[in-house]
Design a protein around this ligand. Sequence first.
Ligand code: DOR
Length: 438
Amino acid sequence: MFDLIIKNGTAVTPNGIEPADIGVAQGRIAALGTLDAGQAAAVIDAKGLHVLPGLIDTQVHFREPGLEAKEDLATGTAGAALGGITAVFEMPNTKPATTTPDLLADKLARAKGRAWVDHAFYLGASAENAGQLDVWETMPGCCGVKLFMGSSTGTLLVDDEPVLRTVLENGRRRIAVHAEDESRLKERRPLAEAPGASVGLHPEWRDVETALRATRRLLTLARSTGRPVHVLHITTAEEIEFLAENRDLASVEVTPQHLTLAAPECYERLGTYAQMNPPIREARHQEALWRAVREGVVDCLGSDHAPHLRAEKDRPYPLSPSGMTGVQTLVPVMLTHVAAGRLSLARFVDLMAAGPARLFGILGKGRIARGYDADFTLVDLKAKRRIENSQIASRCGWTPFDGFEATGWPIATVIRGQVAMRDGRLEGPPIGRPLRFP
Ligand code: DOR
């Protein structure tokens, strides 16, 4: 007997894309093949749907504690489940920043009973904790260390060479890095503050050299310490070229925003709602990112879900904060690229399930295979729907993709055999648990 059978779907498994029923027992995948519906306590009919392994978003900012007016762990993870995401890695630039084991344990306690999806939290690197991160990074529920080399939202920043070296020397896990060069950001800030400056200048203030310089500096340190690094939200053709030569130590993330929106059009249309760090850049960079996806230089996609209230985004640039929602729109936006032939479904799954599991060693996740957790994202590749602000569960209630005509939509989110979302509605209670790592 099974607790659940997902019947009549087309499953994306390590064998390929094939019709397969999936039997679930005690939260795990117990059988694949042709199964009799009579053998299960519950059946989901997935006729016409593709069954993907649970999709994992390895970069979200859920703002709790301290910034709950923008988002909290309940609303953020609700958006994830509604968007077909089964697990998230949450970033440490909350208030206070997550820089100690106690603060990380506090986030885990807050998530208990309120998180709609499985989760892990990053520890933020700082001058104060740099020497202790090797012990702390292996705490339960911790996905690793996040390092900000350039300032963005919040107070986390490490740009001092000896401290950077200490951070990289103290730990073994792949360290996630926001690579923008702080001294160049400071030097060029007057550009953004000049009279008449507008958000269209954001990619000039935080220019290609700002990103490339930090990424090069990071890899020099990675090479001399032997520490693997995960370079978040890569935005430039130049960094892609450089990182392609350093794949033994560097893994690469790109975001759906950088693959979909381009300057100058996005700033003309969306104003500060298109403002994020590192910035959305012009078409030649977007083309390089797509090439990097095709050539396998990109390891995973992260939404960089970073909600800010409209009242904050409406402040005049550069007082407007950087960041936009994304966890709920990643799947329909990327499936639309699949429908347009820019990306295969298999590669999308590689970027969102197998990729994160491989990079971070997430236990029991990332593939549809017997014995793995029964996490699934059921999608309708043909569904044509429009993304609208009114659908967005995030406290801030807006998306840069308002009005986007999607082809492909998440229909159900299943976590360890429990339905968390079906047909656009949450099914409770929230059962999200901490992810596990070696
Ligand atoms: O645009 C961004 N927003 N980039 C970051 O690095 C941080 C994020 C946020 O937390 O708002």
